[in-house]
Design a protein around this ligand. Sequence first.
Ligand code: CDP
Length: 204
Amino acid sequence: MIIAIDGPAAAGKGTLARRLAEHLGLRHLDTGLLYRATGLAVLEAGGDPADAQAAARAAQALDPARLADPALRSERVGAAASVVAAIPAVRAALLDFQRDFAHRPPGAVLDGRDIGTVVCPEADAKLFVTASLEARAERRWKEAVARGEPISFARILADMKERDARDANRSLAPLIPAADATVIDTSALDADSAFAAALAAIRD
Ligand code: CDP
């Protein structure tokens, strides 16, 4: 069984995907980490995330062991991730890893931006998890504060707006709900209610 969860930053995809995977006995892949790890590798090498060749090389050389690095969580790395994610050679380099992961038994929950549309269009269930820009920026800001990252709410809001636009407007694998996805708006839902709504959609 493959479950595809897509949506914009901080919509609640990660928490939901982890809970669903645990509940259904499936493996889980946060595909954003692949783009974050690629962006971080370019930054660490002193390169520019917009440099297509450097970013493609970093994606091809990606070590899955690095996906657990806490450094991947920072806002700076999130911004670099969305820049490398617009480069076609980067997306191509990361595609096989995601598809192999999804198809290994007993199946998996993958969350990202293009899982239901590009990576696993054959998924058994597709969810598009979203929330208002303000609700998402507030969640991200609270996470950053909890990590001790000195960043203002206004800055997070502006960065998120920019990242949403970049993800939605890129020509390759833009952020859009698959035609057969169930949309779940979590602006006014807590994690338990979002989980219940997702489970109901999957059972349907
Ligand atoms: O955690 P957050 O939602 O902020 O971001 P993420 O899921 O870690 O993804 C970081 C960036 O990677 C996104 O802004 C997208 O540009 C890119 N991404 C993508 O293009 N395709 C995916 N399947 C997952 C992430």
